[in-house]
Design a protein. Structure first.
Length: 411
């Protein structure tokens, strides 16, 4: 009979890991990632890895202007991640941040183009904010309604809404193109600056300040408000939420209105405060990158600040590698991918632990009285022997009883 062997190892979810150990695991992952990047650099290019790393740093922090641009891009990525976080906390996987930002940007662009020379600037800015938040919220509420009423898959529905938003923006880009036939709108209201958001200090600072305010606001909302509590309960179990008197459908729609509205507000910042135009690529893929930011930060708004900065740093560094080191953009993206792979991968060891099978000990061990203790094999054989003896006794017993009866009859 074949013996069943134990697996070499098995994976067990950790109850918790101290914060100090979590940070240690992440630091080790970053160190290993840098070492692997250095090896890949030497093998593929023959260049000194230090010069490549220096170029990466220069790409993000090489001058005052680059520092401001890095911080501004970090703020935009952080805002989108913050917008997605309430939905993720509820385990509603909103992959539609890209489309919600685009629709908010389209609403702002429409206000600037149609009403730019007809109403005062403060009123125009207010109208841009309201319309952007409304259209972004609407774009998030549509899949939320289908999820709440008919239990549709929100991942697919929000993803598909992205492509619809891209096509709508593409249509209006051709409709409003300047000059005709160029296929792009160009800078909106360049001569009058109508609808352009005001500058605080410089043109980079406004999104940074807004991102700090929203970070604190989302943290308070998720941690200390009734709505935040309901989001957490629905995320844990809809059945428990219903038992506690919470209506999951209502919470889903309300949360997605918030998530989509905040994404729409980010679109307004991009159009009215940074680019002053609208294109299908105005977000630069940050709607999808924000998903990774929120997940890596474990839905903690303050941790998202550091994660967003890291990703923007790597992105800008990759661009600098391609220009200053004479390498193509793909190599910089390879370096970025390696680092992100190790950072994401280390989360596995924070959440789970791997337990290896212990080596088999000797079949017998000496007991305290000098006698041998039975191993698992002996203990398995013992019941078999006892069962065999019992069977023999039961067969002999009727035979003995029959002999005794015969003797009594003869007597």
């Amino acid at each position: 009979m074949n013996e069943k062997k134990n697996p070499l190892f098995h994976i067990v979810k950790r109850k918790s890991m101290p914060l100090s150990k979590q940070m240690m695991v992440r630091l080790i992952a970053v160190a290993v990632a840098i070492a692997v990047c250095a090896i890949v650099t030497v093998i593929t290019t023959g260049m000194n890895p230090l010069s490549v790393f220096a170029a990466t740093f220069r790409g993000a922090f090489g001058s005052g202007r680059k520092i401001w641009i890095t911080l501004q891009d970090t703020a935009i990525l952080l805002l989108i991640a913050l917008a997605l976080t309430p939905a993720f906390k509820m385990k509603f996987w909103n992959i539609g941040g890209e489309g919600q930002v685009l629709m908010g940007g389209l609403a702002s662009a429409a206000c600037m183009i149609v009403l730019g020379d007809k109403i005062p600037d403060p009123v125009l800015n207010l109208l841009m904010i309201v319309s952007s938040v409304f259209l972004g919220a609407l774009w998030g509420a549509i899949p939320a309604l289908f999820k709440a009423k008919w239990k549709t898959n929100e991942t697919l529905s929000t993803l598909m809404m992205n492509y619809i938003a891209i096509q709508i923006v593409a249509f209006f880009t051709i409709y409003w193109e300047v000059p005709k036939g160029s296929g792009k709108i160009g800078i909106i209201n360049q001569s009058t600056n109508a609808g352009w958001l005001m500058q605080i200090g410089n043109k980079y600072l406004l999104p940074i300040l807004i991102s700090v305010i929203v970070t604190v606001g989302i943290y308070v909302y998720m941690k200390y408000t009734k709505h935040g509590y309901e989001i957490a309960v629905v995320g844990e179990s809809e059945r428990t939420a219903r038992y506690a008197g919470i209506r999951p459908g209502k919470v889903i729609i309300r949360t997605m209105l918030l998530s989509g509205g905040l994404c729409g507000f980010v679109g307004m910042l991009l159009v009215g405060g940074i680019h002053h135009t609208i294109t299908t690529t105005i977000t630069g893929g940050q709607g999808f990158t924000a998903v990774m930011v929120s997940w890596l930060a474990q839905f903690n708004p303050f941790t998202m600040m550091g994660v967003s900065l890291l990703i923007i740093f790597l992105s800008h560094g990759a661009s600098e590698i391609s220009t200053s080191c004479g390498l193509n953009q793909s190599f910089g993206e390879i370096i970025t991918g390696i680092i992100l792979f190790f950072i994401i991968g280390c989360e596995f060891f924070i959440q789970y632990k791997v337990i290896f099978r212990k080596k088999e000990t000797e079949n017998t061990k000496e007991g305290p009285a000098g006698q041998k203790e039975e191993t698992g094999q002996d203990s398995a054989e013992k019941p078999e022997n006892e069962a065999g003896n019992a069977k023999e006794d039961s067969e002999e017993k009727p035979e003995n009883e029959t002999t005794q009866v015969d003797e009594e009859v003869k007597s």
